[in-house]
Design a protein around this ligand. Structure first.
Ligand SMILES: Cc1cc2nc3c(=O)[nH]c(=O)nc-3n(C[C@H](O)[C@H](O)[C@H](O)COP(=O)(O)O)c2cc1C
Length: 183
C-alpha cells in the first residue's frame, strides 16, 4: 500500500529552501510513500467567527489532511519560532474543537536554515504545539538542517551529498513510522 503524506512547507517564498527540501524528500521517499508537497498559500486567516460557515479553502485543507496517512512539516525558523503562515495553517487544521484534521496522524518535523542552528527552535516549538492535535511525532532521528543556502542549484536540484544522505536516512525512518502507525 502507498501511504499519502501531506508535506506542509512553512514558507510562501518562491525560491524557498524549505520547499526545495520538501521536493527533495518527495524524490527520495521509498515506494511506500507518496509526498504531496503543499504550502500555506491561500489558507485564509483563522477566525473563529467563520467556523459556522467555513471558507472553502479551510475545508479543502482539512479534507486533504483527513484523507492522508500522515503529515510531514518542513519549516524554516522565523524569529526563533515557526512562521506565522504555518501557525495559521495548523490552527485552521486543528479546528473545530475536538475535530482536529491532524487527529491520529503520524507526524514528522524537518527544520532548516541557511544559518548555523538549523531552525532548531522552530522544530522545538512545533513539538510544543502539535501533541494535543495530532498523532505520534517521530522522535528519532532528529533533523535540524543548517547551512542549506548553498545546497541546491538554480533548478532546485540537491547538490550537497552530505545533505542528501541525511534526508535519505530521515525519509526512510519516517516511512517506517508511517507504516507502524497505519496498521
Ligand atoms: C522574519 C524572518 C525571521 C527570521 N528569523 C530567523 C531565525 O530566527 N533563525 C534562523 O535561522 N533564520 C531566520 N531567518 C532567516 C531564514 O532562515 C531564511 O530567510 C530562510 O531562507 C527562510 O526559509 P525559506 O528559504 O524556506 O523561505 C528569518 C527570516 C525572516 C524573513
Amino acid at each position: 500500500m502507498v501511504h499519502q503524506i501531506v508535506t506542509l512547507v512553512g514558507s510562501l517564498r518562491k525560491e524557498s529552501f524549505s520547499l526545495k527540501i520538501a521536493n527533495a524528500l518527495a524524490r527520495l521517499a521509498p515506494a511506500t510513500l507518496r509526498l504531496e508537497v503543499i504550502t500555506p498559500a491561500g489558507i485564509s486567516f483563522f477566525n473563529q467567527d467563520l467556523e459556522a460557515n467555513p471558507p472553502a479553502d479551510w475545508l479543502t485543507f482539512r479534507e486533504k489532511l483527513q484523507a492522508s496517512n500522515g503529515v510531514l512539516f518542513v519549516t524554516p525558523e522565523y524569529n526563533r519560532s515557526i512562521p506565522g503562515v504555518l501557525k495559521n495553517a495548523i490552527d485552521v487544521g486543528s479546528r473545530p474543537y475536538g475535530k482536529s484534521s491532524f487527529n491520529g496522524k503520524p507526524v514528522g518535523i524537518v527544520s532548516n536554515s541557511p544559518g548555523p542552528l538549523g531552525g532548531v527552535s522552530a522544530a522545538k516549538h512545533l513539538q510544543n504545539i502539535l501533541p494535543g492535535i495530532c498523532g505520534p511525532i517521530l522522535q528519532q532521528p532528529e533533523i535540524y538542517l543548517n547551512g542549506v543556502g548553498d545546497a541546491f542549484d538554480e533548478k532546485g536540484e540537491l547538490l550537497k551529498e552530505s545533505l542528501k544522505t541525511v534526508l535519505q536516512q530521515y525519509i526512510n525512518a519516517f516511512a517506517a513510522h508511517i507504516e507502524k502507525h497505519n496498521k
